[in-house]
Design a protein around this ligand. Structure first.
Ligand SMILES: C[S@@+](CC[C@H](N)C(=O)[O-])C[C@H]1O[C@@H](n2cnc3c(N)ncnc32)[C@H](O)[C@@H]1O
Length: 257
């Protein structure tokens, strides 16, 4: 395999645009780790929400490259400077994506509903006061509101609407975002999940979680809704094995309210 993400050059930058950092690298590493599955998946439409410098969408397009011809790429960002920087990054690497300066996927709902085979998101996930969310410029790159979940919680139902039947979502989360609760929420929409990459520092733990539609999960979710039974034991076991117990039990507690 000749692909090297290290070949991605920061050809353009802007003080108000997020430069690729540990979370960006973790997401690209997750995509690389899953590259063979991605090629077998034969995506026709891939999308990034919150493209920043363009590092992720450019990496994805190069990674799938000639082995996956004819793929259409879309990327959105709420920050117009990010859209401009992404455009320059893509162009410098000889790949193309349709870029849209918008809030998550606003204006694309009808056009892309049920069509996105791969969605990648490194959202603003840092816990901040709510009033910092949605500010212009670089603050939009990290400000995530309470538990860092404000933008994430808006993205999840939109992703559910845009993803195709075989669609996959790769999302970066922080332990503070309560990832096990996110997985339970997505499970209620019929998605299974697994951690593709986990990175820990002294201060925080990043997870890149992959979500996909799963018939068993859908059946479990319907059964749970119908009978009002708790989350089935085997799902609990799989989540416990994936997340640190502290975060799991915290989410469990809030879920049972
Ligand atoms: C953590 S940065 C990630 C940037 C890039 N994807 C990366 O991994 O290096 C989050 C990005 O999401 C964008 N963003 C924040 N809120 C958004 C929203 N509501 N809709 C679209 N993009 C948003 C920010 O402008 C920023 O570029």
């Amino acid at each position: 395999m000749s692909f090297r993400t290290a070949q991605i050059r920061l050809v353009s930058s802007h003080p108000e645009v997020y430069e690729p950092c540990d979370d960006s690298f973790a997401l690209v590493d997750a995509l690389l780790a899953d590259r063979n599955h991605l090629l077998e998946h034969h995506p026709t439409l891939c999308m990034e929400v919150g493209c920043g410098s363009g590092y992720i969408i450019t990496s994805l397009a190069l990674m799938l490259g000639q082995d996956s011809p004819g793929v259409q790429y879309f990327a959105t960002d709420i920050n117009p400077d990010a859209v401009r920087v992404t455009s320059e990054t893509l162009e410098a690497h000889g790949v193309h994506a349709e870029l849209i300066n918008t809030d998550i996927a606003s204006g694309l709902e009808k056009r892309l509903a049920g069509l996105v085979d791969v969605m990648v998101v490194n959202p603003p996930y840092v816990p901040t006061p709510e009033d910092e969310v949605g500010r212009e410029g670089i603050a939009s790159a990290w400000a995530g509101g309470e538990n860092g979940r404000c933008v994430i919680d808006k993205i999840l139902p939109i992703a559910d609407n845009l993803l195709s039947e075989k669609g996959w979502l790769y999302m970066v989360t922080l332990t503070a975002n309560n990832p096990s609760e996110i997985c339970i929420q997505m499970r209620e929409k019929g998605y299974a999940s697994r951690i593709v990459v986990q990175r820990s520092t002294e201060e925080e733990s990043l997870h890149v979680i992959k979500f996909w539609r799963d018939f068993d999960t859908q059946a479990d979710a319907k059964e749970t809704t119908k009978t009002n039974k708790p989350v089935p034991a085997r799902l609990m076991e799989s989540l416990v094995s994936q997340f640190p117990l502290s975060s799991f039990w915290r989410s469990s507690g809030s879920n049972s309210n």
